[in-house]
Structures are given as C-alpha cells and as structure tokens.
Design a protein around this ligand. Structure first.
Ligand code: GRG
Length: 293
C-alpha cells in the first residue's frame, strides 16, 4: 500500500474513533458540548492517533478494541491546543485555519472545554481498562497519563512559561521541547509498543527524536512559513522575543539540526520496524521534516 493510502486508512480510523468518542457530549450542557466538538472536528493531521495506529499495525496488533486510545491521544492533544491558544498562554486567534476556541466560545468555555477534553481522554482509557485490563493496555494507559502530565507535556509548558528561568541555551530548549511536544508524540509510539509487548526502551528514543524534529520544524515554520497553509498566526515567536529553536540555532543552523534529527529518526526506524514497515515510517519522517501534508 502506498504512503498516502496507508496514512488515510489510519486517519479514517482515527476520525471515526473521535466521532464515536464525541457521543459522550450529546447529553452535556449545549455550549460546552459545542465547544468540545468544534475543537475536535476542526481538522488537523491526526498525527498522534495515526502514529499509535500505524505502530500497532506494524507490530501486528491493530485491533478495534484499541481504537479509543487513538481518540484519547487526539483528545489530549486538542485540549492542549485549546489551552495553549488562550490569552493567558499564547493568545492565538486562529487554530487549524479557524477561530480558536476562546474566540468562538469565549475564554471561560475554552477553559472548561479543554478540561472536559482532557477528562474525556481518561474516560476513554478507563473504559478500555475495564474492558481489557491486559498488562500491555495497563502500561500503555499509565504511559500516556504520565506523558500528558506535569512530568511530561504540562511540565514542558511550565518551562516554556517560566520567563525568569528561561535562557537562550540549547539545554533549556531541549528540556522544554522534549516535554512540551515530544512527550505526547513519544507516548503515541511507546503506548502502541507496550500493547504489542515491546519494552519502552525499544521505541522511546525514536519517539523523542521524532517529537523534537516535529517541534523544530514548527519553530522554523513560525519564522518562515505561510500562515494560510499552516492554519495559525505566524511570526509571533520572534515578535514576542520567545526562545525557540530559531533563536537558539538561527534559520540555517536549525535547518541543519532538522536534517540531523531526520537522519537519526531514519536510523531508528531500521532498528525498530521490520523491512515491510520501514518505507511507511521513513516517508512519514521525510514528510514531517518538510511538513508537506
Ligand atoms: C490542558 C492537556 C493540557 C495541556 C495544557 C498548553 C499546554 C498545557 C501544552 C502545550 C503543548 C503544545 C500546544 C505544544 C505544541 C505542540 C505542537 C507543535 C502542536 C501542533 O501540533 P500539530 O501540528 O497540530 O500536530 P494539528 O492541528 O495538525 O493537530
């Protein structure tokens, strides 16, 4: 199967699982339900669920009973975007080419819809744990919860916000990005591996490298991209004097770093996946490095 067909296959599973999981909002307060569904159905690449499903598939474990975890990963990601766009954080008016949640529903509903999405992600995990309490599923759910929390994505956001301790150093940048962005991308890969009985060590470094490359490309796009194509306001990082991979490495230096990370990802793919699955993951890495989908 060629790359696009295979990506679209996983993406369709992810979309269906997200829509099914949205059913839980049919009996809740109307504006809150609308705000949750608006943010979840606004588009996006569905990268985290696609990674989860494709890694499960590569390890011979793609089964519909695990689909709710694909939705859970997207719910966590979406909740972080809703909160990240708030005036108290990044103050972004546009997300995925549409008004951000607080622009559409007001700040208060953006806050509680972000909370509701995060909570719903754990409902999905607990439902699966009740139906299938296998060791792999238990470990996967635990891994996802740690990766999303203060020791992972939220902690990275904390470093990103901590103006007093921020320095324009590579060490600070890596510490922040490996948590803020890599943690959830890594969790999508590692949790699928855990379900397939792989150890954390077998997949974790690939997840870290991919997540870091992803954030570096995001920083580069913020400095050089087209806001219509990217679907959000660009150029804010440098306007606000933010510490990003561009401020640390410069545009040319960052492009080189992205190439190094890309090559490291390609090497890890040879170590992690069998020969039939390597082309899909390699193409995914190439496209993410160019952000060409
Ligand atoms: C409430 C769970 C929760 C978290 C709040 C704000 C915050 C803590 C964390 C911020 C994490 C964050 C937004 C990191 C940036 C990651 C990033 C580059 C997002 C863009 O991801 P894409 O390109 O977006 O996959 P699409 O729209 O394609 O899904």
């Amino acid at each position: 199967m060629d790359f696009d067909k295979r990506y679209d296959h996983y993406r369709a599973i992810a979309e269906n699982s997200i829509l099914t999981a949205c059913g839980r909002f049919s009996h809740v307060e109307e504006t809150l339900a609308k705000a949750c569904i608006y943010s979840l159905t606004a588009g996006g690449k569905r990268l985290r669920p696609v990674l989860f499903l494709s890694v499960l598939d590569a390890f011979g474990c793609l089964d519909e009973k695990y689909y709710p975890l694909a939705a859970a990963l997207e719910f966590i990601h979406t909740s972080s975007l809703v909160h990240d766009d708030l005036p108290a954080l990044d103050n972004d008016d546009m997300r995925r080419g549409m008004p951000s949640a607080h622009k559409k529903f007001g700040e208060a509903f953006a806050v509680i819809s972000g909370d509701a999405l995060l909570n719903a992600a754990y409902e999905l995990c607990f439902n699966l744990l009740c139906d299938d309490g296998s060791v792999g599923v238990r470990r996967a759910c635990r891994y996802i919860s740690v990766a999303a929390g203060a020791g992972g994505m939220l902690g990275g956001q904390g470093y990103d916000l901590d103006e007093e301790k921020k320095t324009d150093s590579e060490e600070y940048l890596l510490k922040t990005d490996l948590l803020k962005t890599s943690a959830l991308i890594r969790a999508a890969i590692v949790s699928a591996g855990l379900i397939a009985d792989k150890s954390i060590d077998e997949t974790e470094v690939f997840g870290d490298k991919l997540g870091l490359m992803f954030q570096f490309v995001d920083d580069l796009l913020d400095a050089t991209g087209d806001s219509f194509v990217v679907g959000k306001t660009l150029g804010k990082d440098s306007e606000e004097g933010k510490i990003t991979a561009v401020s640390v490495y410069g545009i040319d230096g960052l492009s080189e770093k992205i190439t190094v990370l890309k090559n490291e990802c390609l090497e890890y793919i040879d170590a992690v996946f069998d020969i039939d699955n390597r082309p899909f993951f390699k193409e995914l890495v190439e496209r993410l490095a160019r952000r060409s989908f």
